[in-house]
Design a protein around this ligand. Structure first.
Ligand SMILES: Cc1ncc(COP(=O)(O)O)c(C=O)c1O
Length: 416
């Protein structure tokens, strides 16, 4: 079935908002996507019909508990896990990672080693650096090539050892868009008995996520990057969660996942996350091959989206390459386009990224500039003192016409 961009767009109320008659072009998606109608309906319904705390002996509390269980089950289906008890909701990916790092750190001793990377968002670096500081751990860095924008896995071999306890790696870069072979990285790390923590924040909006296939130990993402509410998510293997000590208050349940879900959660955020997953199912049913299970429908939704996004991403990259002075910092070859998300970072000779972003902002085209917390990448590319890069992040509701608008703007303006 064909991907119907106009139908997808009608699912997002914010896309019809204009400013003085000018439409908004949302290319700021890697920083946070617009929210699907089903998300809003789920949140509104939560507030209207069952808003209360958990474990009470009355109807709203039972309904609320059931809905939150359903949100955990749906999220397990989204990441390819079979056990909803392995899904931990939290404020955002950063907070969940800092939280878990405390439990992991407690299980380590001085001299143990951890590996972090030069390609990660800082939310998958600093929590581990802080953990290392607290416990006297040795930090090793996995570099990427500024020419190929990929990790060279022989350099992972060089930093891995029997002392390595944790490898923290990104699935997709929030700057260059590179999708990494986290399955191969996990396999290598596991040969040394190290745990693998995957930051999938930028992967989950675009591709199918399958923890059973990757075989990693932890995987984190954020619903507000996949058309849902501001909500963080962490999947972890049950035996690991049971072995680690959760940092929790005494009366809180020791059962999974509640032992790691501190305090009163954002129930409305969980309801909204369920809505975001139902939105992907809807795409799968209407524009993909559908399927008998929720997981099937989610997979088919992502496959439909990925095919569409690859097409508009290629149009964007080819257009950017034809503009004088523009460098695309990421994978561009046709054969590599399946190994990237449609997040495209550029620099333009003689143009400061902020000035370009401001000029585009005046035309109601929203993009990010700077480092977007990917400070290691920006440093590795020598762009720290140059304002970083301009980041154009496409999503499932962007159109070819919008891509042409940004290309025209960047091409037409010889100076910013
Ligand atoms: C790759 C990546 N990891 C982690 C984060 C942090 O996510 P959160 O805002 O949910 O803490 C982001 C946010 O932009 C990101 O892009």
């Amino acid at each position: 079935m064909k991907y119907d961009i106009n139908r997808v767009r009608t699912e997002f109320p914010s896309l019809s908002v204009t400013d003085n008659g000018v439409e908004r072009v949302y290319f700021d998606n890697p920083g946070g996507t617009q929210v699907a109608k089903r998300v809003m309906t789920r949140m509104m319904d939560y507030f209207t019909t069952m808003n209360t705390n958990g474990g009470g002996a009355f109807i709203t509390s039972r309904q609320s508990d059931n809905l939150l269980d359903e949100a955990h089950a749906a999220m397990a289906d989204l990441v390819g896990a079979s056990d909803p008890g392995e899904i931990i909701f939290g404020q955002n990916m950063t907070t969940l990672t800092l939280h878990l790092s405390r439990s992991i750190g407690k299980s380590l001793k001085a001299g143990d080693e951890i590996i972090v990377t030069r390609m990660d968002h800082d939310a998958n670096i600093s929590p581990w650096l802080l953990m290392a500081e607290d416990h006297g751990l040795v930090i090793k860095w996995l570099d990427f090539s500024p020419e190929t924008y990929r990790y060279d896995l022989t350099s992972l071999d060089e930093v891995l050892s029997s002392k390595t306890k944790l490898v923290a790696v990104n699935y997709a870069s929030n700057a260059t868009g590179t999708v990494n072979d986290v399955k191969a990285i996990t396999k290598m790390a596991h040969q040394f008995g190290a745990l693998v923590f995957v930051d999938a924040v930028q992967l989950t909006p675009h591709f199918v996520t399958d923890v059973a296939e990757i075989e990693c130990d932890f995987l984190a993402c954020s619903a507000y990057k996949f058309y849902g509410p501001h909500q963080g998510l962490l999947w972890a293997r049950r035996p690991l969660l049971e072995k680690l000590s959760p940092y929790k208050v005494r009366p809180a349940s020791a059962e999974l996942p509640h032992a790691y879900e501190t305090g009163t959660q954002s129930h409305e955020g969980m309801a909204g996350t369920l809505g975001a997953i139902e939105h992907m199912e809807w795409i799968g049913m209407e524009m993909g091959t559908g399927g008998a299970t929720r997981r099937d429908r989610i997979v088919s939704g992502f496959n439909a989206v990925a095919t569409y996004e690859r097409k508009i991403c290629e149009r964007l990259i080819r257009g950017l390459e034809s503009i004088q002075g523009v460098t695309v910092h990421g994978l561009t070859a046709g054969s590599d386009l399946n190994d990237r998300v449609p997040t495209v970072a550029i620099t333009k000779e003689g143009a400061h990224p902020r000035a370009m972003a401001e000029s585009l902002g005046k035309a109601n085209i929203f993009v990010w500039d700077g480092n977007y917390y990917a400070i290691e990448i920006i440093a590795r590319l020598g762009l720290t003192d140059k304002g970083g890069m301009l980041r154009i992040g496409l999503g499932q509701y962007n159109t070819e016409a919008e891509v042409d608008m940004i290309l025209n703007h960047l091409d037409r303006r010889s100076s910013f």
